[in-house]
Design a binder for this molecule. Structure first.
Ligand code: IMP
Length: 179
């Protein structure tokens, strides 16, 4: 039985097309490359949503880095529960390293705030954060964002790694979900 939600019904409009996303990701990669020139650093990719963003970002960096992954969850359906769960942790010890968190979207800020506090407690040499989408008007806790792709309104979006009920991560664009 076909239980895939129809893209045409659920995505009410394209918010960012593939070209707009790639242009901005290249700009972010250039800024990050310049800022980390001559420095060793580790990208911490937040799964699952950042998987496509981090792949494109890494391929556009002009400087070498190592990569680690962390999997967190705070969403129930399309609402943030406010309770962040650690599903799987980073592999490398971050102490003394320059860390760059790469996250798909910041909404309430609970997830990023949890991660920033967790990593800071492990005494890295520096900690910066790069997010593709900033849903700034939904913020409930303040978070530090050093590199930001796009500011977006309070709408639920999917595509380019972001899901709606685990669907649409593979779309090349970011669309607004009708609800
Ligand atoms: P926060 O803790 O409320 O800031 O939510 C962060 C996490 O919620 C992100 O890492 C996403 O996984 C998810 N999220 C928040 N808004 C959206 C959205 O519009 N589309 C898809 N996922 C979202």
């Amino acid at each position: 039985m076909d239980n895939i939600l129809s893209e045409k019904v659920i995505i009410k409009e394209v918010f960012l097309n593939a070209e707009q996303i790639h242009f901005r990701v290249k700009q972010l990669a250039e800024t990050i490359s310049n800022d980390y020139l001559g420095k060793e650093f580790t990208v911490i990719s937040v799964l699952k949503g950042s998987v496509i963003f981090v792949s494109d970002l890494l391929r556009n960096l002009k400087t070498n880095c190592s990569v680690d992954f962390i999997r967190l969850s705070s969403y129930k359906g399309n609402e943030s529960s406010g309770v962040v769960k650690l599903i799987s942790d980073i592999n490398e010890n971050p102490a003394g390293k320059n860390l760059l968190i790469v996250e798909d979207i910041v909404d309430t800020g609970f997830t990023l705030s949890y991660l920033q506090k967790k990593l800071l407690a492990m005494k890295p040499s520096s900690l910066k954060t790069c997010v593709l989408l900033d849903k700034y008007s939904s913020r409930k806790v303040p978070v530090q964002i050093d590199y930001r792709g796009f500011m977006i309104p309070d709408q639920f979006v999917a595509g380019y790694g972001l899901d709606y009920l685990e669907n649409y991560r593979g779309l090349p664009y970011i669309g607004i979900i009708s609800r």
